[in-house]
Design a protein around this ligand. Structure first.
Ligand code: UDP
Length: 329
């Protein structure tokens, strides 16, 4: 199959590209503007540097590469930033995403796997969160992803463009191949920040809020290994290729860990104490986000291989130790 991967040079994107290439069955074209992605994270495929805002580029890519399917991951994805700059989030995640959908319709591409998020749910009223849980995002990031899910549903109804939305909980860890990992500039994510403390690159990790209604007062999240996440994209593509109807799936391990528990786990894995400081809440953060992933387990046969937090942290630590300056190492 000829597959276009948008945002394929990003953290999750590069792991999805690795997974697609491993099958040997697909021709993979990667579109990334490299604002956050890294050219070095790509282990193969054909790379095109460009932006979803560039509609003529999009139309050329679909025509020249005879694209049949899309994995759409190009987006802005920081909760806090989205609260400060909603314009950026609605523009990049919704308006530019529409350019992609319109190019797909114009060129009769058949289906799309979309990188969505647990942030579509907002503050949960029931845990673990199933796909039926009410969707009431508490930040523009989650809202932009929810809008796009709804737009895709309309495009399916009107134009027959089938989609699977994958609502990621907290992607973490690094490829078991050791070749790629997480490298954001600046880093804002919890596990890589703690690993930077372990490497002596930061003095401490700040715990964002200690007065949440959780057992230890800090936010609880469901961490999922990036390779398990990547494998789900392949399953979703295969299901769509076999004629599956549009659908939405949660992706998490069904177990929540508080910020303090994650720091403790990193201490255990790296074998040294991690300096921590207590800070303010980060705007837009719900207290607890834990997934039920029963639907994708039952319907697509998804089986996470690296579900325990210790393994997730070990793979992240392995990559960070080997690449202390990220992809620039
Ligand atoms: N967090 C924290 N300190 C940091 C970065 C993150 O306490 O320096 C918390 C954050 O408030 C959230 C959790 O760690 O509750 C996971 O945040 P991350 O940014 O990794 O992922 P997100 O939940 O935003 O997708």
């Amino acid at each position: 199959m000829n597959i276009l991967v948008t945002g394929g040079a990003g953290y999750v994107g590069s792991h999805v590209v690795e997974e697609l290439l491993k099958t040997g069955d697909h021709r993979v074209v990667i579109l990334d503007n490299l604002q956050k992605g890294h050219r070095e994270s790509l282990l193969g495929g054909e790379f095109i540097e460009g932006d979803l805002a560039d509609t003529s580029l999009l139309y050329r890519i679909f025509a020249q590469h005879d694209i049949e399917a899309v994995v759409h991951m190009a987006a802005d994805s920081l909760v806090g930033e989205s609260v400060q700059h909603p314009d950026k989030y609605f523009h990049n995640n919704v308006t530019n995403g529409l350019n992609l959908l319109n190019a797909m319709v114009r060129h009769s591409a058949r289906y799309i796997v979309f990188s969505s998020t647990a942030a579509v749910y907002g503050e949960p009223i029931a845990t673990p969160i199933t796909e039926e849980h009410p969707q009431a995002p508490t930040n523009p990031y989650g809202e932009s992803k929810l809008f796009f899910e709804r737009i895709m549903a309309r495009y399916d109804h009107a134009y027959g463009l089938r989609h699977i939305s994958l609502r990621y909980f907290n992607a973490a860890g690094a490829s078991p191949s050791g070749k790629i990992g997480e490298d954001h500039r600046p880093e804002t994510h919890l596990i890589p920040i703690i690993l930077e403390v372990a490497l002596g690159q930061r003095e401490h990790v700040t715990i964002c809020g200690t007065d949440y209604d959780t057992p230890d007062g800090t936010c609880v999240r469901d961490y999922i290994h990036v390779a398990d996440l990547a494998a789900a994209h392949l399953l979703a593509l295969e299901a769509l290729a076999e004629g599956a109807a549009s659908s939405v799936y949660n992706l998490g391990n069904g177990e929540g860990f508080s910020v303090r528990e994650v720091i403790d786990m990193v201490e255990k894995v790296v074998g040294k104490p991690i300096a921590r400081e207590e800070g303010e809440r980060r705007p837009g953060d719900p207290a607890v986000l834990v997934a039920s992933s029963q639907r994708i387990i039952q319907e697509l046969g998804w089986r996470p291989k690296y579900h325990d937090l210790e393994t997730i942290v070990e793979t992240a630590w392995f990559w960070h130790k080997e690449h202390p300056q990220g992809f620039g190492s």
